[in-house]
Design a protein around this ligand. Sequence first.
Ligand code: IPE
Ligand code: IPE
Ligand code: MG
Length: 245
Amino acid sequence: MTDEKRTEGKRKECVPRHVAIIMDGNGRWAKKRGLPRLKGHEQGSESVRAVLRACRKTGVKYLTLYAFSVENWIRPKAEIRGLMSLLIRFLRSEEHELHDNKVRLRLIGRIDDLPKEVQKEAFRVMKATEHYESGQLILALSYGGRTEIADAVRKIARGVKTMEIDPEKVDEKTIGQYLYAPDVPDPDLLIRTSGEMRVSNFLLWQISYSEFYFTNVLWPDFREKQFMEALEEYSRRHRRFGDVE
Ligand code: IPE
Ligand code: IPE
Ligand code: MG
């Protein structure tokens, strides 16, 4: 291998293939300005657009966004309604961007729990973009990491019952195959905004070897510059995966 090729290989590794983001701090952003929480969510959807563009620019192939957790259903009804209509608006306005850039939309989570209108819009855009291969935008909606694992275990148990799965052969790979998006590689980088240092039930299985990046910036203020800073930091990390050096 030539030195040039080796450097090129290293440069490529510096860019994460999959970035997952816990988009947090919309409510605090709004509160600081004396605005209703929904205004924070609205500004937050602008950050989604900015980060999606930044992924294209930098070559990040998979972007998974934690948009609504299974726990978030306990929020006030009006906030949930606001978030759901924002989601519909986002899907409608962003669809052409996805087409223009050949980005596939996918969902992970308990999709059946979402309002029918959200499901309808999401399935429409997913279907229309399912053949694209330039990148993937994965929205985690009504998502819980433990729920995802429990759902996988239930499916495996059914397979054992019908004798399609040999219980002795159930291993990590089997579990991975029954997750919501089995073909998506694990996130290389997990970002959480707003200063909270927790994973809040996000991608519990998939983040076993992800690099974590926490920032105090609130999600509505997290734009291209902040995303680039996170990628910079990632490029300086040394991933060992249990090995030496
Ligand atoms: C993240 O912002 C968006 C969702 C969880 C839907 P928050 O709404 O959690 O904002 P904070 O944490 O209250 O500031
Ligand atoms: C995590 O944010 C969920 C999403 C970003 C969708 P939360 O604001 O719900 O998390 P906690 O409650 O502070 O852990
Ligand atoms: Mg929050």
